[in-house]
Every structure is written in C-alpha cells, then in structure tokens.
Design a protein around this ligand. Structure first.
Ligand SMILES: C[S@@+](CC[C@H](N)C(=O)[O-])C[C@H]1O[C@@H](n2cnc3c(N)ncnc32)[C@H](O)[C@@H]1O
Length: 336
C-alpha cells in the first residue's frame, strides 16, 4: 500500500528492523566526515575549547552528538581531550541504535537529548536522515508523492497540508515550467528536529554538518536516494539501505535561530576546517628523513584533511553554527 515518504523512511530507517537500528552502522555503508577522524575531532576540539572559554571553563562541559552513529566522533574526541578538559567533559551520544560494546565508559548513550545542555551540541550527517515528505507540483498546487515500501514504486497522492504548503511557498520555489520529474523535499520535519534539539541547549554552540542546498539553488528533481555497502542505490524504503536527502540548510538555520534568538552562521566545511587549522597541506619532505613514522602519520592526517576539504566532495558540506546565549564572535572560529 503506498504511503507518504516520511512514514516510509521512518519505518525503513528506525523501525524494529530499521536500517540504522538493526544493521552494522553507517560506517559500514558510506563515508561521512565523522569517519575522517581524528581530523574532524581535532577541529571540533578547537571549537569546543572556544565554547569552554566563552562559558568560563565550567566544572561540567557538555558535548552532545545527536545521531552519533556508532560513537566514532565522540570516542576520538574523548581520546584527544587534554586531562584537564577530559575531567570536566560530559560526552553524550544521542542515538536510536544500541550502545556499541567498545564505547568508552565515560560516554553516556541515550535515545533522546538530555533535558539541559551547556556546551557543544553536534549533529554530523544527522539531518539528512530525518524522514521527510516529498511533493510534486500539479495544476492546483503541490501534491504528496507516495511510495510502495516493498518496491519503491511511486504514485501521486492528495494535496500537501497547510503547514507543508506554507513551507514550500517560503522555501522551495515552484519551477517555471512544472513537469512530472519536478519534486520538492519538504524540510519541515528537519526544521522541527533542529529547533527541538536546540531548545535543550541553554548556553553554548550547536553545529550541524551536512550536505544541503539554499533557496536559490534547490535541486529541481530532489535528491532522495539510497546507499548500501558503499554504493548509491535507488531509494526503496524496505529497510535494506540508507535513505537520505540533502538538507534545506537555510530553512533549518532560520528555524533554529528563532529558538536561539541569535543569528546562525552558514559556511562550507572547507572554510570551517581551514579556519580551525585543518588545511590538508602535506608535511615537509625533510620530516621523512628525520622522523619517518611521524612523516607517515602527518601524511595520513593531511590526506584525510584534503578529503574533508575537497570542494567537489565532503568540503562542500555545510556547517550550520548556532550560538545560544553567548557572544557569537567568542565561539565562532576566527575568520568566519
Ligand atoms: C548518517 S548517520 C551519521 C552518523 C555519524 N554522525 C557520522 O557522521 O558518521 C545518521 C545517524 O543518525 C541517527 N539518528 C537519526 N535520527 C535520530 C534521532 N531522532 N535520534 C537519535 N539518532 C538519530 C541514525 O540512527 C544514524 O545512526
């Protein structure tokens, strides 16, 4: 029976046998920036240090990773933190999948955000997996796209509801000459997810890292797709693959800023990582003669940084930075 994409994605990714809760974890199927550790973790640690300073180096500093995968980023972050910081750090993974056995004992693991957070709140490639509705333009307005969960076959349903129509009117321009291939991915559920997560952040900085688009460059045919075992596959919501759609990052930022009461900052990952000192530059060749093992390690770091800052790849990801009850220049990386 055809159903809306939001319900289909929810069941396929997060239902009892859902792809993310019952499978081997995202890292087994695709590469995200968080797997480029420790380069990303080092950059996040620098960001965390700014947040820590802005909060007056409190006795307890939260770092909360929403959609933590298998805890890769937090595990590395905890390992890299200097002892003075590690003693005050309260790392929390918010994840629907079960707690991995090898996770450090200091990392709290829970299915929903803590009630109050003061520190750094992260979501790397989380929002693109928040289920959403898909619509197609018809002669009388946007209509919902339905999908058969077993086959992925699509059909056209009834009109979108009033809140969805408002979101589309604000954030997704109707194509000049609408055709059957045109579709919009309604980011309302992502805006709500980000706003609700931000509502627990009392002070500090929230950072979402994801691939996405802006209002003047929405992809006319949408971006919803599947990934399985490192390969892009057609989006069939039967639980056998990841299902992902790029994020309308400006809409998400606007929803979050309304909760935070502070403007958001949106930059490409390439610029953000460079501002935080990860530039992908190769180590000096002279190091190879004096410290061959150090040279190899530095080379590996440089190649990961190059991958994360590649303008045609992960470097094009967006960093959405949302300060809450702190002076924005105090927490944002210098130069952004
Ligand atoms: C693409 S993975 C990203 C994992 C990791 N952050 C990374 O960058 O490699 C998205 C993760 O978000 C989790 N997730 C999605 N919605 C969630 C929610 N509402 N609460 C907690 N976890 C969620 C999924 O289970 C999945 O592990």
């Amino acid at each position: 029976m055809p159903i809306g994409w939001r319900a289909a994605m929810s069941a396929a990714l997060y239902g009892e046998a859902g792809f993310f809760v019952a499978g081997a974890g995202p890292a087994a199927h695709f590469r995200t920036s968080a797997h480029g550790v420790p380069v990303l973790a080092t950059a996040v640690l620098r960001l965390l240090d700014r947040v820590d300073a802005a909060l007056g180096r409190p006795d307890r500093l939260d770092v909360v990773d929403v959609g933590a995968g298998r805890g890769e980023l937090l595990t590395t972050l905890v390992g890299l933190a200097p002892p003075e910081l590690a003693a005050r750090l309260r790392p929390t993974a918010v994840e629907l999948a079960p707690r991995p056995a090898a996770l450090p004992a200091t990392v709290d693991w829970r299915p929903d955000p803590p009630e109050r957070v003061a520190g750094l709140l992260l979501g790397t490639e989380w929002l693109d997996n928040v289920p959403l509705e898909v619509a197609t333009p018809g002669p009388t307005g946007w209509r919902r796209v339905l999908v058969d969960p077993a086959t992925g076959a699509e059909s056209i349903g009834g009109p979108v509801d009033a809140a969805e129509a408002d979101w589309l009117a604000r954030w997704w321009p109707v194509p000049a000459h609408p055709g059957p291939a045109d579709r919009a991915e309604i980011g309302l559920s992502r805006d709500a997810a980000w706003a609700s997560t931000l509502s627990v952040l009392e002070r500090g900085l929230a950072l979402a890292v994801d691939y996405g688009h802006l209002r003047d460059g929405r992809p006319p045919a949408g971006t919803l797709t599947g990934f399985r075992a490192g390969r892009q596959v057609p989006p069939v919501p039967d639980g056998s693959s990841d299902l992902t759609a790029h994020v309308a990052v400006d809409a998400v930022g606007t929803a979050g800023a309304a909760v935070a009461g502070t403007p958001y900052t949106l930059v490409r990952q390439r610029a953000a990582l460079r501002a935080l000192g990860a530039d992908g530059a190769r180590p000096a060749l002279a190091l190879a003669a004096t410290d061959p093992a150090g040279y190899v390690r530095a080379l590996a770091r440089a190649s990961t940084a190059a991958e994360l800052t590649d303008p045609a790849g992960l470097g094009a990801h967006w960093w959405l930075l949302q300060p809450v009850d702190v002076d924005p220049p105090a927490v944002l990386p210098p130069g952004l």
